[in-house]
Structure formats: structure tokens, C-alpha cells
Design a protein around this ligand. Structure first.
Ligand code: ADP
Length: 504
């Protein structure tokens, strides 16, 4: 099996691979989404902390110019006995810097320098800005800080601005995020291979029935066509596949049996006249004495040989017709006149069988482009069947009507009819209903007549239907366009001769 030789070529591998890729992408996408959400909310939390610290600055920090002192200096006005206030101020003082407009640092935490909070250019731009400036800085240990830089005014001179930058460490946020990422990656490394294995197992289970179909198909051969795959009753796509496959085998079996039956029938058909001819010639050879006796033997043999060549011709013609090699010789014809002629030809055989045969014309004239030989062949086949399968005292009626540009020919009989189960098959090649009427009939057919009818009607762009009731009679209804698109497409527009008929 190709799947065994190269595992990557199998449907199971493809399904698993596609599933794993999609599954992985989905999981990674979900993980990234949650990581980003976590980062955003941690970020928002840090900003809020920083705003609270700024409120502490605004509440307790004053830049004062004490009497007797020359320079302004910062002073914290929190209650040293209030642990909340002291704690809040201590929190701010972990990372801060206060400088005047000239860039001279007035107070600050130990880390303000490594965070670069005292750069003169920055101090100037913050003092000129209308709102607070937020940014992220990293200290010498690589710890990130979120910095909020703004200004406060002098206590006694509100026009004097002092630069104040406070910061909060983002180390915990980073730690949390890194922990989340690590756990996420570990989880993915565990989930993805598990998902891949599960996918492989489920794909294998889902494909098992397909392999069964393949195995059964491998076992089916000409002598083993009755093999069917049992439907599992799950009502799923695989059951549909099995049903379709079984139906296909049904059709193949029917065709195969028909062909087999046909070979047997043809052998019988050919063997009988050959045996008869051989017998006649042998008898003539050993017993005939006069020229008359030789002549009689030759005449009898020729008549049997004629039957032989008729069979061979019919087979050849049908096979050529069905492979599109028969050329229709179309000409302007009146179907009424053709049908009338064919009915006339059947009057004598019908009388011989004690069957009443009549022709009724409702159409007046039905002129169109038709191949006379083929139309006559079609009507003859229908009429010979009707007469053949109608018992003595019965009736056969051929009628012709016209609706718009379509001619409708009906061949009705009051014969034995065709059982309903055979109706869908009677136009198939070599199909014969093995009924009492046929056995009684002196002229055993090959089951090709209606195949010819179907092909001829189709070649003329028409349709043929059959209605039948066992024991009551049969009606064949042929509809052919007198000048429809089908008829035109079948015909060469410049010449109505030499048109190749496509296979049925
Ligand atoms: P055949 O050469 O055996 O007549 P056909 O293809 O013409 O072959 O017909 C196929 C089968 O259809 C016949 O064997 C016969 O059983 C059935 N059939 C056709 N026409 C009629 C009919 N008018 N009445 C009853 N059975 C018919």
C-alpha cells in the first residue's frame, strides 16, 4: 500500500498535520491574547499606582523658602505619627527626584541618577509641557521603571516651577508576565503533542471504513461481483460513500451480467444457424444425387447464413452507433408518410398472427429533417415487438400527432405487457424479458431492438417513453422535434447530409 511506503503521503498524515497546525495556531493565538490582556491590566495598575503616588506628592510636598534661607528646598508635610501618611511618602521616596529649573537636584532617591531622571534637557521640556510626561526607564540592574515627570510650583511664588519625577518599579509585572509565558509555553509543549497524537488516533479511526472500502474494492473481480460493503448505520459521509460504492457495484454487476448474458445469447444465436448450415451441407454432400437436391441444400444454407449476417450486422451497427461512428443521412421527410409505409409492411405479419393493426393520423403532415432508414428501423422495431408480444385476437395501433414543433408517435398494443420491474431496463443493450410470450414467439430477439430505438430517437434529438401494464398492453411514445434546437444541433446547417452522431 502506498500509505505504508510513505507515511507522509497518506490522508491520515495530512489530516493530522492540518489539524495540528490549526490547533497549534489557535492555542498560541489564545495564549498570546491572554498574555497581552495580562500585560495591559498590569500596565494600567502601575499607572494607577503612579497617579496615587502623585496625589501623595501634591498632598504633602511643598517647595518652600524658609525665612533666613536663601534657596528653595523641598519639605514633606505629612504627619510623622500617621503610619499611613508616612508609608505613602516612603513609597514615593523609593524613586523620585526634585530639581529646580536650572537642573539642580534638590532631593532624590538613590537611583535617580542611574535612571537618568536629572537630565537638564528633559527637565526643561517637562517644565514647558502642559501635562505629565510618562515613560519607561531601566536602572543599572536592568529593572524597568514607569516614570511620571511633572512639576510643582513654589509655595510662596506660584510662578516658580520645580521639576518632580516619580517612578514605580515594573519588576513585579515583568516577573508575573515571564512566569505566565513560561507556564504557557510548558503547557503548549504538553498539549500540542498530545493533541497531535489524539488527532492521529481519531484520523485513523475515521479512515478505517475508507480502508475497508478499499480492501473490499481490491477483492472485487468479475467472478466476485456480489460482494458488498456492509453499511455501518452511522448515517455519516462514510456510510454515504459505502452506499454509493455499493450502488456502483450494483450497476457494474447488472452490466456485467448483461454482457455475460449477451455473449451466451450471441453464441446460441450464431451456433444454431451454423449447426443447421453445417448439417444441411453434410447431408447434401453425402446424400444428394441430383443438381436439384444440391441447389435446395445451398438455398436453405444461404437463408440461414442470411440470418447469421443479419445478427452480425445488427451488432456491428449498434456498436458503431453507440461509439458515434454512424452518420445520419438526413433529408426532408413527412413522418406520417413514413409511418404509414411501415404500418403497411406489417399488415401481412399482423394478419398472420391474427392481430388487428391500424394507423391513425391526427397530425396531417409532420415534415422535418430525418434519416429515413433509421426512422423506418425505429418504427419497425417497435411494431415488430408490438405484433410479436400481442396474442391472437389483440390489437396494435400506431398513431401520430403533432404538438407545436414536436411530432408524437404512439405504438400501442393490447399484448402481454412488461412487468414494472423490467421497465427501467428494456432500453438497455441485450436486455430481454424472459416471459411466456417470448418463449411462445417463434422469432427470438437479441434484446437489441429497443437499444436501436433509443439511439435513433436520441440521435434525432427526441425522447422515448414506455407505459405498460402486465396483461393489458404496452404503449411506446416517441417524441421528435420537427425543427427544435436539438434537431438543428444535430444537423449541419449548410448540408443535411453526412452528420456524425455522438455516442449515447
Ligand atoms: P427483442 O429483440 O428481444 O425484441 P427488444 O430490445 O426489442 O429486444 O425488446 C426488449 C424486451 O422488451 C423484449 O425482449 C420484450 O420482453 C420486451 N418488449 C419490448 N416491446 C414489448 C411489447 N410491445 N410488449 C411486451 N414486451 C415488450
Amino acid at each position: 500500500m502506498p500509505g505504508r511506503k510513505n507515511i507522509t503521503r497518506g490522508l491520515r498524515f495530512t489530516l493530522t498535520a492540518v489539524y495540528t497546525v490549526v490547533f497549534t495556531l489557535l492555542l498560541v493565538g489564545v495564549a498570546l491574547f491572554f498574555r497581552q490582556s495580562l500585560a495591559n491590566s498590569l500596565d494600567a495598575q502601575s499607572r494607577e499606582d503612579l497617579e496615587q503616588n502623585w496625589a501623595v506628592v501634591k498632598g504633602y510636598l511643598r517647595i518652600v523658602n524658609d525665612p533666613g534661607q536663601t534657596n528653595y528646598h523641598p519639605k514633606w508635610f505629612n504627619d510623622p505619627n500617621d503610619s499611613d501618611e508616612s508609608g505613602a511618602v516612603a513609597g514615593v521616596q523609593k524613586c523620585y527626584v526634585i530639581a529646580d529649573a536650572a537642573g539642580t537636584v534638590m532631593d532624590g532617591s538613590s537611583n535617580y541618577e542611574e535612571l537618568g531622571l536629572n537630565k537638564l534637557s528633559e527637565i526643561r521640556s517637562v517644565l514647558q509641557a502642559t501635562g505629565a510626561v510618562l515613560n519607561t526607564r531601566t536602572d543599572s540592574d536592568g529593572v524597568p521603571y514607569l516614570i511620571r515627570a511633572s512639576y510643582v510650583t513654589g509655595e510662596d511664588d506660584k510662578s516658580r516651577k520645580f521639576y518632580v519625577a516619580i517612578g514605580t518599579s515594573l519588576a513585579n509585572n515583568r516577573k508575573l508576565l515571564n512566569g505566565f509565558t513560561l507556564r504557557g509555553v510548558l503547557l503548549l509543549l504538553l498539549i500540542i503533542p498530545t493533541g497531535c497524537i489524539m488527532g492521529w488516533i481519531f484520523a485513523g479511526r475515521a479512515l478505517t471504513p475508507v480502508l475497508e472500502v478499499a480492501r473490499t474494492a481490491e477483492r472485487i473481480s468479475g467472478s466476485n461481483l456480489s460482494l458488498r460493503i456492509p453499511v455501518r448505520g452511522a448515517g455519516d459521509e462514510i456510510d454515504r460513500l459505502i452506499e454509493t460504492f455499493n450502488q456502483m457495484i450494483d450497476r457494474i454487476e447488472i452490466n456485467f451480467n448483461q454482457v455475460r448474458q449477451f455473449s451466451t445469447d450471441v453464441s446460441h444465436e450464431l451456433r444454431t444457424p451454423i449447426t443447421v448450415v453445417r448439417g444441411q451441407l453434410e447431408v447434401a454432400l453425402f446424400t444428394a444425387k441430383t443438381v436439384e437436391q444440391y441447389r435446395d441444400a445451398i438455398v436453405d444454407s444461404l437463408s440461414d447464413i442470411e440470418r447469421l449476417s443479419q445478427i452480425v450486422r445488427a451488432l456491428l451497427l449498434l456498436s458503431q452507433a453507440e461509439t458515434g461512428q454512424v452518420i445520419l443521412q438526413k433529408q426532408q421527410l413527412d413522418l406520417v408518410e413514413v409511418a404509414d409505409g411501415v404500418v403497411d409492411q406489417f399488415q401481412i405479419p399482423a394478419e398472420g398472427a391474427d392481430v388487428t393493426l391500424e394507423f391513425i393520423n391526427h397530425a396531417g403532415r409532420c415534415t422535418g429533417e430525418f434519416d429515413r432508414v433509421q426512422i423506418e428501423r425505429m418504427l419497425s422495431n417497435l411494431l415488430s415487438n408490438a405484433v410479436k408480444f400481442t396474442p391472437a385476437g389483440g390489437q396494435v395501433r400506431v398513431s401520430i400527432d403533432r404538438r407545436d414543433d414536436v411530432a408524437e408517435i404512439r405504438v400501442e398494443d393490447t399484448g402481454e405487457g412488461i412487468p414494472a420491474e423490467h421497465l427501467p431496463h428494456i432500453f438497455d443493450r441485450f436486455y430481454r424479458v424472459r416471459g411466456a410470450g417470448e418463449q411462445a414467439s417463434p422469432e427470438k430477439g437479441l434484446g437489441l431492438g429497443l437499444s436501436f430505438v433509443a439511439w435513433i430517437v436520441k440521435a434525432h434529438g427526441g425522447t422515448v417513453d414506455v407505459q405498460s401494464e402486465a396483461g393489458k398492453g404496452t404503449t411506446f411514445i416517441v417524441k421528435v422535434p420537427l425543427s427544435g434546437p436539438d434537431a438543428v444541433s444535430q444537423a449541419d446547417s449548410s448540408s443535411t447530409q453526412n452528420e456524425l452522431v455522438k455516442p449515447a
